[in-house]
Design a binder for this molecule. Structure first.
Ligand code: MN
Length: 163
């Protein structure tokens, strides 16, 4: 009888341990399961954007790296104003689809996984398409050459021409 009780206890404890262990693994998995690698950040409230966009700075400018890096999320319809970077810019698209356009050229569709190299002093805009959101990491190097030069908004007329 005693032996049976011990056996049952062992079995019960084993089941309990396995159950807890599974539960623990599940909890750990849930804790680290985030849809995006970097935080969405705060809503951008300045006039250099049209629509709703979010920014999380990842690297602030300093004299060692002369680079800023920000994670930017554009809701559908949101885009930057026309602008240029004296030191150029690189975009790493991490989610969704959107557009990149250089002045005088057609807008280009950009999607998750794309790398966009924007030459210095080239007037352009980037942002979401009308019905999809876009998230990209914006790397702005060579900040010693000057910071971003903001220009006029991308008008609804200009934006409506993207395909
Ligand atoms: Mn740019």
């Amino acid at each position: 009888m005693m032996k049976t009780i011990i056996k049952f206890s062992t079995l019960f404890l084993t089941i309990l341990f396995v159950a807890c262990n599974d539960n623990n693994k599940h909890e750990i998995a849930m804790k680290y399961k985030t849809e995006f690698i970097f935080p969405k950040g705060d809503k951008i409230t300045n006039n250099n954007f049209t629509g709703t966009a979010w920014l999380q700075m990842l690297v602030n400018n300093d004299s060692t790296y002369s680079t800023t890096i920000g994670n930017v999320t554009f809701e559908p319809g949101a885009r930057t104003n026309w602008h240029k970077h004296p030191g150029g810019q690189i975009l790493l698209v991490t989610d969704g689809t959107g557009f990149y356009q250089e002045k005088g050229k057609p807008a280009q569709l950009i999607r998750k996984g794309d790398v966009v190299k924007i030459p210095p002093d080239t007037e352009h805009w980037h942002g979401a398409g009308p019905s999809n959101s876009l998230t990209h990491i914006a790397i702005s190097p060579n900040t010693d050459k000057g910071s971003v030069v903001w220009l006029q908004p991308v008008t609804d007329g200009e934006y409506s021409k993207i395909k």
